[in-house]
Design a protein around this ligand. Structure first.
Ligand SMILES: Cc1cc2nc3c(=O)[nH]c(=O)nc-3n(C[C@H](O)[C@H](O)[C@H](O)COP(=O)(O)OP(=O)(O)OC[C@H]3O[C@@H](n4cnc5c(N)ncnc54)[C@H](O)[C@@H]3O)c2cc1C
Length: 494
């Protein structure tokens, strides 16, 4: 079996998963990664004593990580320690309008009831439906590669289509349950931050609320990068070889095998390739036109998830008024959503997200200081200049002062910004997208770009631009499914 060589392009979460699953199946796996370190969008960096996770900060759906490690007879605790956050996160709806999301379900029910009479019971109903969707999705279709519609034409799935609410919008689902706009925003934000609006996302995705509220918001001590390190350790122990600083520049698919040629001109031959780098880039830039499954106009018509403007800030004092996760929803969320999806433009009055992991973890900032990560989701493909970034930096400082009463402009001892141009140059991200494709109805399940090339029989795709979609848990699932497709096609027991 060791003669079956597989190349995985990219060492993000999906590539790491694909590599480990294949290595366990007896394959000889090499991962070619463009950057100097693994992790992809979940890399980390340090500066002036501050450590920052560069991408994901919300560890949701712990069951998916457990399931991943279990196939290797491991548990997450073999690699990293998890802490459940309490409160899970904080909202600002205006000055002195602070709402903390408790970690207990009874606490959340009480909170909803205080906001709107009767909303506590409605939340219980809402989450019962969400639990049903989560259970059906995880057991019946999230782990399906979406190669064919037939995977979904099964009696039990067809019977559940209406309960899954595929054809109802998340927005109308929320409005059906809650009158209070704040409550709706509290349930809507996971959708906005992971690539969709309440209006363009099917109500089925309330399964994410179940993941958030019932399964909890966790933090891997040391940061999200601890998960990457754990996965690299596991893959290495299974025999996976990693080659960093090795951007694949072209794929030669002409002779049955596939040869990945990197920027240094080195050739890597394999019987199969899993491309976990951004799908659009691989198809449009690495393959000759006749081997591409999708033309340029297909990609131009896709609804992409947002890009992001991010600031990594080192603050030389302890901050008040913010938690590990804090969301500033004091401005109109729907105007911000429209600026992402309807009329792509820089938002006039953005919503802001702050992650301050030094609130939970004293290893990520010097004593008495904080590492502050500030994120504004923005439309992909926008003009990205220093002047624009600086304009938003001032907006952030002003809003921070307005809502928390602290002027931090003189306390910033480290500053780095990150947006479209960086996503493109670091990850070959189409239009500088941060999170792949939006989870719209027309881009769900078998309607996503296929995990298996239609033109090259031994080329597969994984990651956030294919099934099941954006986010770390989906990336794990995607990598596993791609690996299993390779194994199935080669007749290796799955
Ligand atoms: C700012 C931000 C915040 C996020 N927040 C969260 C969150 O809180 N929770 C959550 O669950 N998800 C979050 N996400 C989404 C999540 O991080 C991603 O969906 C997931 O990490 C994507 O993994 P991937 O393997 O699909 O892609 P990537 O991580 O992008 O990995 C692809 C890899 O391919 C490499 N590559 C590209 N081109 C080449 C080439 N030519 N040759 C070789 N290698 C190449 C890249 O360098 C990269 O390492 C966030 C993402 C971002 C950007």
């Amino acid at each position: 079996m060791k003669s079956k060589k597989v190349i995985v392009i990219g060492a993000g979460f999906s590539g790491l998963t694909a590599a480990a699953v294949l290595a366990k199946g007896g394959f000889d796996v090499t991962v070619l990664e463009k950057n100097q370190t693994p992790g992809g969008r979940a890399r980390k960096f340090s500066g002036n004593g501050f450590t920052f996770d560069m991408g994901p900060s919300w560890y949701w759906m712990p069951d998916v990580f457990e399931k991943y490690f279990a196939q290797f007879n491991k548990v997450p605790a073999d690699y990293y320690q998890l802490k459940r956050l309490d409160p899970s996160y904080r909202f600002y709806f205006g000055k002195n309008q602070v709402v903390d999301m408790p970690s207990t379900f009874s606490g959340i029910v009480d909170l909803f009831e205080k906001e709107e009479v009767g909303a506590g019971n409605k939340l219980i109903d809402f989450l019962k439906e969400a639990e049903y969707k989560y259970t059906v999705a995880m057991s019946k279709f999230v782990y399906k590669p979406g190669i064919s519609m037939l995977e979904f034409v099964r009696p039990e799935l067809l019977a559940s289509v209406f309960r899954l609410q595929m054809f109802q919008s998340f927005d109308s689902h929320l409005k059906h349950h809650f009158k209070n706009a704040r409550l709706r925003q509290m349930l809507e934000f996971p959708i906005l931050f992971l690539g969709g609006t309440a209006k363009n996302t099917p109500a089925m995705y309330s399964l994410m609320n179940y993941g958030d509220i019932k399964l909890g918001t966790w933090y891997p001590v040391g940061g999200m990068y601890k998960v990457v390190e754990g996965m690299v350790e596991l893959a290495t122990s299974l025999g996976v070889k990693f080659v960093y600083n090795s951007p694949v520049d072209s794929l030669d698919v002409s002779n049955g095998e596939i040869t990945s040629v990197n920027a240094q001109g080195k050739h890597y031959k394999a019987s199969s390739v899993i491309a976990s780098a951004d799908y659009h880039y691989v198809e449009q830039n690495l393959l000759p036109e006749k081997y591409r499954s999708y033309p340029k106009k297909y990609w131009d018509s896709r609804v992409l998830s947002p890009s992001s403007l991010i600031f990594f800030l080192g603050i030389d004092k302890k901050l008040e008024g913010i938690e590990h996760h804090t969301l500033f929803f004091d401005e109109d969320l729907s105007e911000h959503s429209d600026a992402i999806y309807k009329n792509p433009s820089w938002p006039e009055k953005p919503s802001l997200y702050f992650s301050c992991t030094s609130k939970t973890d004293d290893t990520v900032a010097p004593d008495g200081m904080e590492n502050l990560f500030v994120l504004i989701p923005v439309a992909p493909g926008l003009e990205d200049t220093e002047e624009i970034r600086e304009k938003y930096f001032q907006i952030i400082l002003n809003r921070f002062q307005l809502l928390t009463g602290q002027n931090i402009s003189k306390n910033i001892v480290f500053k780095r910004s990150y947006a479209h141009i960086d996503f493109e140059s670091d990850y070959n991200a189409f239009k500088g997208n941060a999170y792949g494709l939006a989870n719209t109805l027309m881009q769900t399940a078998f309607l996503k770009p296929k995990m298996k090339s239609k033109k090259v029989s031994n080329l597969y795709f994984a990651g956030q631009l294919t099934a099941p979609g954006p986010g770390v848990p989906p990336a794990l699932i995607s990598g596993e499914m791609a690996a299993k497709l390779v194994m199935k096609d080669l007749g290796v027991g799955v």
